[in-house]
Design a protein around this ligand. Structure first.
Ligand code: FES
Length: 215
């Protein structure tokens, strides 16, 4: 069976810094938007998680094999979401590492905080809509930021992104309309189009208003 150290191209004796650097390098190369693939991206993430969890090279091979298989075949993604509007009300920062812990104990209504599942083939926005949520959008084609979200955990692949510069990608801003989850879990702050730095990239949200005109 495959060693997670082999996946990251490092020796089992590698120290924490070497592991971290190797992971960052490999996960960038494996990202579907950088020429990799979803399966390779998941393979690298799983390898890193196994090492961080204390993987021993002598661990039972059959058990590890079944874990690998389960990881490969899991296709649904569990999403925990939080409405950006809530942050202003509570004085929270979108960059707060404890944001989702705070939200979980704040007694927020289901429109502002909760969970849903993204099924295979659904974009994040489609999944939200199919589960009954009215998340904002406009072009649905990667040309505005009306559907933008901030990732707190997990990753999306975006086949179309004609609007987000590298600096915003580094701040974990993504598009939900064509963002396809490539991790088993996501934590996302939606409705971030109201962030001041995104406002000039917005389009008038006419399609959204037409969709929800009667609500
Ligand atoms: Fe315009 Fe998603 S709605 S990029």
């Amino acid at each position: 069976m495959e060693s997670p150290f082999d996946v990251l191209h490092i020796e089992p004796s590698a120290d924490d810094e070497t592991i971290e650097q190797a992971y960052r390098r490999r996960v960038m190369d494996a990202h579907p938007d950088q020429g990799g693939s979803v399966s390779e991206f998941r393979r690298v993430r799983t390898a890193y998680e196994r090492i961080v969890a204390g993987y021993e090279p002598t661990a039972d091979a059959s058990e590890a094999s079944s874990v690998d298989e389960e990881t490969r075949t899991r296709a649904q993604t569990q999403v925990t979401y939080l409405n950006y509007d809530v942050l202003t009300d509570y004085g929270w920062s979108v960059e707060d590492d404890a944001l989702f812990e705070k939200a979980a104990t704040a007694g927020l209504p289901g429109t502002d905080y909760g969970e849903f599942v993204v099924k295979p083939g659904e974009s994040l926005l489609e999944a939200a809509e199919n589960r009954g949520f009215a998340w904002p959008f406009a072009c649905r084609g990667g040309a505005c930021v009306n559907c933008a979200i901030v990732l707190h955990a997990g990753e999306l692949s975006m086949p179309a992104n004609n609007v987000l510069p590298a600096e915003m990608m580094e701040r974990n801003i993504r598009l939900s309309c064509n963002g396809m989850p490539i991790t088993d879990e996501l934590q996302v702050v939606y409705n971030v189009k109201h962030m001041p730095e995104l406002e000039e990239l917005l389009l008038p949200p006419k399609p959204f208003e037409a969709t929800y005109a009667g609500d």
